[in-house]
Design a protein around this ligand. Structure first.
Ligand SMILES: *Cc1c(COP(=O)(O)O)cnc(C)c1O
Length: 403
């Protein structure tokens, strides 16, 4: 649609798009993006109302499906991921829901990685089967498993890479090839990397999902989500579901996410740098059994992550021997880290996944996802790493050495 060539596009670089894409100045000539807290928009005439409602004339109608601030956010995240269209949603979970409801029907089949976000696991096991959509579970990088699980009814391959919380990584290009052969869509939840570190559409994925709640906001303020992809599937079909069912992004939240996107690259680099330091310190600690961070050479996906991502991200998980009691001890001794399930915040957060983010799934699924009782997840924030490390040391120093 665009007629500009890369040479004359004033926003040719990623960071320029992160700061400016999608904002069209109003007659007020504002420099910062305005918030439009208006539930509906007016028309010049009854004829214009009819044209806007039918879609014959583009323009604002009603903020469940057309809001200028939300549109600015959608254009910006689409520009960053390299997609033709994006839909803003009320949460990351409603982005997942809108993707499945907008694109699948009863009788269709999904193949999904076992290591999905806990609530996505619940949606796929508890609710989708009620509507005749079956899900098969495979190991994230078990490519034979993916191939064997694909059936004639398979319409979607769904993966999160890197995975939460163990930082396992899948080869997106390889999964995209399998999806193409099966005439299915590859959907990647890009929450952990964000487009600053990884752009799944460029690697062959069809759709990207975001929980904007995490790094896109970056300061733990608002809940929201996004789906990015092509004009037909996302711009028409997923948008059609959101417009009809109503899990829409609020204009205020869209504005907060726009402000977050302006600093996305800088933040993701700083999160990655701090996480690397924390992970290396944990790996050398005698009371720590195992560290799951792809930036460590010993991580099974270190090489693939280095190739596929522009950084290893801000999430570090580690295991202490002694199960739940030991994990809770480490968490309870912290004085700076926030004990909360959220991630992707400037503030470092700490949580035991087995009893929080992955607490409501079955013991079987939890074990298959590798979530042990002694596992601790830290979303490494933007504080001084020395203070993050000191906070973890308070609890770890009271645990027996396991070396
Ligand atoms: C948080 C999260 C979600 C869900 O997003 P909400 O905004 O909490 O609804 C989905 N996927 C991943 C990887 C997440 O971390």
């Amino acid at each position: 649609m665009s007629t500009t060539t890369p040479d004359d596009d004033p926003l040719s670089g990623f960071d320029s798009r992160a700061v400016r894409a999608g904002h069209v100045r109003t007659a007020e000539q504002e420099n910062a993006e305005p918030i439009f807290p208006s539930s509906s928009f007016t028309f010049e005439s009854a004829a214009q109302a009819a044209a806007r409602f039918s879609g014959a004339e583009p323009g604002n109608v009603y903020s469940r499906f057309t809001n200028p601030t939300v549109r600015t956010f959608c254009e910006r995240i689409a520009a960053l991921e390299g997609g033709e269209a994006a839909v803003g949603t009320a949460s990351g979970m409603s982005a997942v829901l809108a993707t499945t409801m907008g694109l699948l029907k009863s009788g269709d089949h999904i193949v999904a990685s076992r290591t999905l976000f806990g609530t996505t696991l619940s949606l796929f096991t508890k609710y989708l089967p009620r509507f005749g959509i079956d899900v098969s579970w495979v190991g994230l990088s078990d490519y034979d498993g993916w191939a064997q699980a694909i059936r004639p009814q398979t319409r979607m391959l769904f993966a999160e890479t890197p995975s939460n919380p163990l930082n396992e990584v899948a080869d997106i290009g390889r999964l995209a090839g399998m999806a193409r052969d099966a005439e299915a869509l590859l959907v990647i939840d890009n929450c952990f990397c964000t487009p600053a570190l990884q752009r799944p559409l460029e690697l062959g994925a069809d759709l990207v999902i975001h929980s904007a709640t995490k790094y896109l906001d970056g300061q733990g303020r608002c809940v929201g989500g996004a789906v990015v992809g092509d004009a037909q599937r996302v711009g028409e079909e997923v948008h059609g579901f959101v417009r009809t069912a109503g899990p829409s992004m609020s204009p205020f939240n869209a504005w907060v996410f726009l402000k977050g996107l302006e600093t996305l690259s800088l933040r993701m680099q700083a999160h990655s740098r701090n996480a690397q330091q924390v992970a290396e310190w944990l790996a050398a600690h005698p009371a720590v059994e195992r560290v799951h961070y792809a930036g460590l050479p010993g991580h099974p996906d270190h090489e693939l992550a280095g190739r596929q991502q522009a950084g290893f991200g801000g999430i570090v998980a580690f295991e202490v021997p002694g199960g739940r009691e030991a994990a809770w001890h480490v968490i309870d001794q912290t004085r700076m880290l926030s004990i909360t399930g959220n991630l992707g915040d400037a503030k470092s957060t700490i949580t035991p996944p087995a009893t929080t983010t992955h607490g409501t799934i079955s013991d079987e699924l939890r074990a298959a996802a590798g979530i042990t009782q002694g596992l601790i997840r830290v979303s490494v924030g933007l504080e001084d790493p020395v203070d993050i490390i000191r906070d973890l040391e308070r609890g770890l120093s009271g645990l027996p050495s396991c070396r």
